[in-house]
Ligand binder design. Structure first.
Ligand code: NAP
Ligand code: MG
Length: 400
């Protein structure tokens, strides 16, 4: 093991399929030769989740609360096909949802930018980070398919039996209705995570919603953001020279397209779901999207935004070489090591993590990249390599 000392461990969550393979090579080729790696290891691979009755996932989340920094490999979220494939005892919940439920966090997604891949939007020069509120709204809705004439009402019964009742619509035929909710507590956590994160990366924070149409629901989000800023973050933002601003979601979309990038865009749950996929594709590739879950009490969990790259894994099992892109998994590790260093005052660890990221970007800038990126590259002098050769090329630049 290499020379840089870690004072405290990071929580290392192993995963599935091709990303499990990538994780192993990244650690052995790019980290342990330079860092005396200290981890608290949890195997979140599907066989072990099944074996432990998914206890391992909860233990890992608790460990993140203890150590404050974790890095997670992509994992399979089982569906009926996976239950059959892995002979599972039951269809375990998504580990990401379980961990998010325990840490109560906000997910920030940022693209990795290289000079070789031009974003679809010409004005974008810097990454745009999406902060998605991962709680409530349409994801926890109650719906009803109305089959004939009648009245839809909104009814809320307080604990003291007092009622709020309002007509939603008088139907004269079939239609649909939907109820959704959010809580001030969750919105406040979301707002705090966004202000904390914007301050930690020293970038402006935008928040958008539709308060002109949704005068109670979206207005609540807007007010809580404003109040959080005014009561907790204005002086810090002024000191850092960064801004918070609110705008309507449609105006935000127009401004984002005209912008240079380099800010955090906080979105409600559905907006964040849609806009993060739009941004990932417009910046180039899902394989270049990093992701970090930040909890309101300052715990950080880093991962790649993509999944376990199943199709590549089946080819790998047959002994074929695969051109799976390790960049986002590598950035998950560098992100976690950098945060560990920042929290512990470990300057050497922080600068190692930065050198690792630069080496990865330099490799791609030099024209050495995996197939997914080579296919997006307009300029010449590019060689498409498999994941092993890509990681070796990064190591060469890390040493050079
Ligand atoms: P995926 O693993 O992200 O892969 C979708 C496709 O995108 C791949 O087949 C590949 O395209 C391309 N791709 C993604 N990452 C890449 C990389 N690093 N390098 C090169 N190409 C890459 O999504 P999925 O196929 O929908 O899901 C597979 C499994 O991952 C599922 O079991 C799902 O539950 C899980 N998943 C986990 C997470 C997580 O843990 N955070 C997130 C999403 C999905 P080509 O095959 O065309 O090359
Ligand atoms: Mg989506």
């Amino acid at each position: 093991m290499g020379g840089i000392i870690m004072q405290n461990p990071i929580v290392d969550m192993d995963g599935d399929e091709m990303t499990r393979v990538l994780r192993q090579v990244i650690i052995s080729e790019l980290i342990t030769p330079y860092v005396e790696l200290k981890t608290d290891y949890y195997d979140l691979g599907l066989p072990n989740r099944d074996k432990t009755g998914d206890k391992v996932t909860k233990d890992a989340a608790e460990a993140i609360k203890k150590h404050r920094v974790g890095v997670k490999c992509a994992t399979i979220t089982p569906n009926a096909g996976r239950v059959e494939e892995y002979k599972l005892k039951q269809m375990w919940k998504s580990p990401n949802a379980t961990i998010r439920g325990i840490l109560d966090g906000t997910v920030f997604r940022t693209p990795i930018i290289t000079s070789r891949i031009s974003p679809a939007v010409r004005s974008w020069k810097k990454p745009i980070t999406i902060a998605r509120h991962a709680y409530g709204d349409v994801y926890k809705n109650v719906e009803h398919r109305v089959t004939g004439p009648g009245r839809a009402e909104l009814l809320y019964t307080y604990e003291n039996k007092k009622e709020f009742r309002r007509t939603i619509f008088d139907f004269d035929g079939p239609g649909v209705i939907q109820g959704q909710y959010n809580t001030d507590g969750s919105i406040r956590s979301f707002a705090r995570a966004c202000f904390e994160y914007a301050a930690s990366v020293k970038q402006d924070l935008w928040f958008s919603a539709k308060d002109t149409i949704s005068e109670e629901y979206d207005q609540t989000f807007k007010s809580i953001f404003e109040e959080t800023f005014e009561t907790g973050y204005r002086p810090l933002f002024e000191k850092l020279g960064i801004k918070y601003f609110y705008t309507l979601i449609d105006d935000a979309v127009a401004r984002v397209i005209r912008s240079e990038g380099g800010f955090i865009w906080a979105c409600k749950n559905y907006d964040g779901d849609v806009m993060s996929d739009m941004l990932a594709s417009a910046f180039g590739s899902l394989a270049m999207m990093t992701s970090v879950l930040v909890s309101p009490d300052g715990n950080f969990e880093y991962e790649a935004a993509h999944g376990t790259v199943t199709r590549h894994y089946y080819r790998y099992l047959k002994g074929e070489t695969t051109s799976s892109n390790p960049a986002a998994t590598l950035f998950a590790w560098s992100g976690a090591l950098k945060k560990r260093g920042e929290i512990d005052g470990g300057g050497a660890l922080v600068s190692f993590a930065e050198r690792l990221e630069n080496a990865c970007i330099k490799t791609i800038d030099d024209g050495v990249m995996t197939g997914d990126l080579a296919a997006l590259c307009e300029s010449g002098g590019v060689s498409a390599v498999d994941y092993i050769s890509f990681i070796s090329a990064v190591r060469k630049r890390l040493e050079g």
